[in-house]
Ligand binder design. Structure first.
Ligand SMILES: C[S@@+](CC[C@H](N)C(=O)[O-])C[C@H]1O[C@@H](n2cnc3c(N)ncnc32)[C@H](O)[C@@H]1O
Length: 348
């Protein structure tokens, strides 16, 4: 037994437990508007923050102390300050690096622990709709900043001829659309095109339709309940999957249905969690996050559906290529990537 290694590992575990506890504190700060009340990066006392937010001053002092010990806020002479960089991640919803909203995805893992215990002891299945509701809103808030930052300005232009078609007026299907964040963002950018989102989770479809109405794009965007293997239409210019293909039980069947639903010169845009092809290569902070989430979310969801391929959130490009080749696509390439996403293009 190596005492030094033991102490180092204990240090890591204390740090991990602190991180998990801080996530609950991030959710508190998000829900109570505490970060937003500090978004101007000015020093503020707990008492002044209490007046500004209507919260209890003694509890705020404790919350702020935890934030300071985590490096989220600075502390000087009894006042606390949220630096600009932290404000971008924790307070400013329109920022490309806003993560506070997505923290509730992690909260859902704790809410759903008993269901995972049962799945682990059983057939491994836990369907998307069985999760705590904070999973659905958290997923929308986790992914939307990235889609807003990259989808229109960076990802779509890397696809062969797609932006020109969208500008001229294209027909687009967004499969596994969830609350429709990606669909609405594309519709706002391409007024001549028509968009339809499909998801098998009816409550998500209802919220997606509300999002389209709120954004003023409901005349060109609709959302319908439908599985990835049976949605209607055979003339799509673009079929998209945003962070959902690996969640499906039968991704080959889904890709085969896309092949039949695309125009002859149509394109599939596949956005998947960033991953390399092997576990060893994925032993990174991002890989760790995605494997941990995939244990609770993506893999059991896939096992709850027919075929139950169980790709997992770290499938990687090689495995995804096999899926599209098995479905009959002849072209498949990595269009671009971010630290969180692989952006892949498939053509007939
Ligand atoms: C991780 S969420 C991503 C949602 C959305 N695309 C986004 O980026 O915010 C995965 C979505 O895939 C949907 N889904 C899973 N399996 C499906 C299937 N077989 N057919 C249609 N939708 C499916 C789920 O209901 C869920 O909304």
């Amino acid at each position: 037994m190596d005492e030094v290694k033991l102490q180092a590992f204990m240090g890591q575990l204390v740090s991990d437990m602190g991180a998990a506890a801080m996530l609950a504190n991030i959710i508190l700060g998000d829900e109570l508007g505490l970060y937003k009340a500090m978004a101007d990066s000015q020093p503020i006392t707990p008492e002044a923050l209490a007046v500004k937010t209507g919260c209890n001053a003694r509890l705020l002092r404790e919350w702020l102390s935890a934030q300071a010990a985590s490096g989220y806020v600075e502390h000087t002479a009894g006042s606390f300050r949220l630096p600009e960089e932290q404000a971008l991640a924790l307070a400013i919803e329109d920022s490309p690096v806003y993560v506070a909203g997505g923290a509730s995805v992690i909260a859902a893992l704790f809410h759903d622990k008993d269901k995972l215990v049962a799945a682990m002891r059983g057939d491994g299945a836990l369907a998307w709709g069985e999760h705590h509701p904070c999973m659905f809103s958290g997923t929308e808030r986790f992914f939307r900043p990235g889609y807003r930052a990259h989808l229109v300005s960076e990802w779509l232009p890397t696809l062969d001829g797609v932006v020109e078609k969208l500008q001229a007026g294209a027909r687009v299907a967004d499969i596994g659309c969830g609350h429709g964040a990606s669909t609405v963002i594309m519709a706002q950018a391409f007024a001549a095109s028509r968009f339809v989102g499909f998801d098998y989770h009816a409550p998500s479809v209802a919220i997606a339709n509300q999002r389209a109405r709120d954004a003023g794009v409901a005349d060109r965007v609709s959302f319908q309940q439908g599985s990835a293997k049976d949605y209607p239409g055979t003339d799509y210019d673009l079929i998209c999957y945003f962070d959902c293909l690996h969640d499906m039980g039968d991704p080959v069947g889904a890709a085969r249905h896309a092949l039949a639903s695309l125009k002859s010169d149509g394109t599939v845009l596949l956005v998947e969690p960033f991953a390399h092809d092997t576990l060893e290569q994925n032993m990174t902070p991002v890989g760790r996050l995605f494997y941990a989430a995939s244990t609770f979310i993506c893999t059991p969801n896939s096992l709850s559906q027919e075929v139950g391929l169980g790709l997992g959130a770290q499938a990687g490009e090689g495995r995804l290529r096999q899926v599209f080749e098995a479905a009959g696509f002849s072209r498949f390439r990595r269009a671009t990537e971010t630290p969180f996403n692989l952006i892949l293009e498939a053509r007939k």
